[in-house]
Design a protein around this ligand. Structure first.
Ligand code: MN
Length: 249
């Protein structure tokens, strides 16, 4: 799928099961619900930076909606580390059912046909590209990070870096894996938009923008509009989870 010819996009940060906030944000952005598909009158495309599931209350509803939009070619989605871990769980691989995955697993097990649910999630997440390029390559979207030389390559660390970014191998002051800022490793010319590490306000440094504003932790769900280069956000309706990385002020 060549997305490079697409220019007008609305990029949405980590949702983590915050379906109600997603619907509020789509409404605020001017998307109209037409028989379950959200369309914009200016032919804009939705882009999801990944981490649709885990921790929040409605991970399956988010996955179902985004899958439907992607299949209707109204949206693009590159997976986050949580989406990837859910995929591995669906495949029956050995993963730890914690850090929020337990909430998504519980939702799946409550469906009428858990095996069928696992199967469609597996097929869907497996089909996703690790990163996306728009506007003739002027805009790159990825969950956690990428290096400029990895774009268009099949570097052996591509997958890990797209999903997990740049862990330093050390622990931070909270005992969590420390992460290098993306700008330390990304030296490309294209604008790079990512999520993964919750911040209180969208963080724009050089040509790298982090739009994970910790909705599931009681922050906001943020959209970055391109080429306008503006932010639109809605506040979390509730605090659904806690993170040492994101403490409410
Ligand atoms: Mn996340």
């Amino acid at each position: 799928m060549n997305t490079k010819s697409i220019r007008n996009v609305d990029i949405i940060g980590d949702i983590h099961g915050c379906y109600d906030e997603l619907i509020l944000l789509l409404d605020k952005l001017g998307y109209k619900n037409q028989e379950g598909l959200y369309r914009h009158s200016d032919n804009r495309m939705l882009v999801f930076v990944g981490d649709l599931c885990d921790r929040g209350p409605k991970s399956l509803a988010v996955l179902e909606l985004v899958k439907k939009l992607v299949e209707a070619k109204l949206a693009y989605h590159c997976p986050g580390n949580h989406d990837d871990k859910l995929l591995r769980w669906c495949q029956g691989r050995r993963v730890q059912v914690k850090h929020g995955l337990e909430t998504t697993v519980e939702e799946i097990e409550k469906t009428e046909d858990p095996t069928g649910t696992r199967r469609w999630i597996e097929e869907y997440i497996k089909s996703l590209p690790l990163y996306l390029q728009f506007d003739q390559g002027e805009l790159v979207v990825v969950h956690a990070g990428i290096r400029a030389d990895m774009i268009g390559s099949n570097h052996k660390r591509l997958r890990d870096i797209c999903l997990y970014g740049f862990p330093t191998g050390n622990l931070d002051k909270h005992g969590l894996p420390e992460r290098d800022p993306v700008i330390k490793h990304y030296k490309g010319r294209a604008l790079l938009v990512h999520g993964h590490t919750p911040v209180h306000q969208p963080l724009w440094e050089q040509n790298v923008i982090n739009i994970d504003t910790g909705c599931v932790f009681g922050g906001e769900l943020t959209c970055f509009r391109y080429p306008e280069k503006s932010f639109v956000a809605v506040k979390a309706l509730k605090i659904y989870g806690e993170s040492k990385r994101f403490q409410l002020k």
